[in-house]
Design a protein around this ligand. Structure first.
Ligand code: SF4
Ligand code: SF4
Length: 429
């Protein structure tokens, strides 16, 4: 059997040794919650990494399975009193798996297809075009249960497919939007991959609010993928290539801040400093880039007192914390603060708000069964609060909760917090 790790991007022993095996992280780990298996807990996975480094475990199918099952949700990082940095550990372990483990051909093909498609907006537009005319058929087939004869991963793809329109496929946000009134900052906007096609309205709402609050917004047309999916899946060299390209584009744009409205993208862009730390040509630029990255809610709170008038939206809003915002970036209070600034909005949080909804990058596509279980668990907690609207700041969470809610018979209005703020400022609800 192959050794678990070679010398390239090995998980660092000094990070592993910070774990004191206390187990405080166990109740927040979604896979431990589902299966109660030590090796599917953060503590167990860290133990396996250590065994791999010491050649007591090799790159076996069982070894890979425990790491494939991890959602990368970082709830364990929030829970850990010893400050264990699980993020780089799982990324490096996955990097080793992606480079060196020989997956079954079907699995290899499915993963390769996802990465050949999702980070490429041009290809995504073509792939999603049939959904504009056949979206209703997809919905009807999913609702009728006829798709149950298909392989589980294909069922998941159909259930999670976003709603797209011709307008969302072809519309582009403006490259430059002036600030309303005197300028407070020049900011760059990450358009995203899925975001710019299926959630173009979220990008437009982000621009509207930033502009109303005194920011000139630059959204470079030649920006590519941020590499978040690649980084979280262990495709480290690919993630580094995407990172260099994005740094180049935003350096050229000359902006004070780089604004992100998708939690997964923001968390990886804040990590560029570490991702490129060993690249002498890029290390300093990557660090400076990461220091400018802000989730849109963080950026608005940092800007100071609001300029634009907020009009009332009477609604009970369930705010769902996206893991890559709450756990990976520590951004919890700012989106709630923005929502509470809207008169009439009552912001509530569901039970188990620290537990992942099961979206987790490509997790819900490659591990559809546990993802569906977690999605429905989340949807039940949300339903208990009888929401008018659900707000969440990650496209993956939106699609995952929409699909889980539909299976339970709910049809909720799920918006990004910035969309609610935009509606409030424009006096539309
Ligand atoms: S990242 Fe999430 S799923 Fe993975 S070990 Fe930590 S808590 Fe568990
Ligand atoms: S809480 Fe931290 S130190 Fe304790 S077992 Fe989990 S990772 Fe290790």
């Amino acid at each position: 059997m192959e050794t678990a790790f070679d010398s390239v991007d090995r998980p660092a022993e000094r990070l592993i040794d910070k774990c004191v095996h206390c187990g405080f992280c166990l109740p927040t780990c979604p896979t431990y919650l589902l299966w109660g298996e030590e090796m599917d807990s953060p503590r167990g996975r860290i133990y396996l990494m250590k065994a791999g480094l010491e050649d007591r475990a090799g790159m076996s199918a069982a070894f890979v399975r425990h790491f494939d099952a991890c959602l990368g949700c970082m709830a364990c990082v929030t829970a850990c009193p010893s400050g264990v940095q699980y993020g780089p550990l799982i990324e490096q372990t996955r990097g080793q798996i992606e480079r060196r483990y020989d997956r079954r051909p079907g699995d290899r093909f499915f993963r390769a297809a996802l990465f050949a498609l999702i980070p490429h907006p041009g290809r995504l537009r073509i792939a999603m075009a049939p959904l504009v005319v056949l979206g209703w058929l997809n919905d009807a087939l999913v609702r009728s249960g006829m798709t149950r004869v298909l392989p589980r991963r294909i069922q998941a793809l159909l259930q999670l497919a976003p709603k797209v329109t011709w307008a969302s496929l072809v519309n582009r946000v403006p490259e430059r939007t002036a600030s309303a009134g005197s300028k407070r900052q020049t900011v760059g906007l990450l358009s995203g991959c899925v975001q710019r096609i299926a959630f173009a309205h979220v990008n437009q709402a982000t621009i509207n609010v930033l502009s109303a609050e005194g920011c000139e917004v630059i959204a470079p047309a030649d920006q590519g993928c941020c590499g978040a999916l690649s980084l979280h899946a262990g495709r480290l060299d690919e993630a580094r290539r995407y990172a260099r390209r994005l740094i180049e584009v935003f350096d050229r744009a000359g902006v004070d801040r780089i604004i992100v409205n998708a939690a997964g993208c923001g968390s990886s862009m804040k990590e560029y400093g570490e991702l490129l730390a060993h690249d002498p040509e890029w290390a300093d630029r990557a660090k400076a880039f990461s220091a400018k990255v802000r989730d849109v809610s963080e950026a608005l709170v940092e800007l100071g007192p609001a300029r634009a008038v907020r009009h009332p939206i009477p609604a009970r809003v369930v705010y769902h914390d996206a893991c890559h915002l709450a756990h990976a970036q520590g951004v919890r209070s700012q989106p709630r603060e923005l929502l509470k600034s809207i008169p009439g909005v009552d912001v509530v949080s569901p039970a188990e708000s620290d537990i992942c909804c099961g979206s987790a990058g490509i997790f819900n596509l490659v591990q559809p069964e546990p993802a569906a279980e977690l999605g429905e668990r989340k949807a039940r907690h949300i339903a208990a609060l009888e929401p008018d609207v659900i707000a969440t700041a990650n496209p993956g969470c939106t699609l995952q909760i929409t699909a889980a809610a539909a299976r339970l018979g709910h049809r909720w209005r799920i918006l990004h917090p910035i969309e609610l703020l935009d509606r409030s400022i424009r006096n539309e609800n």
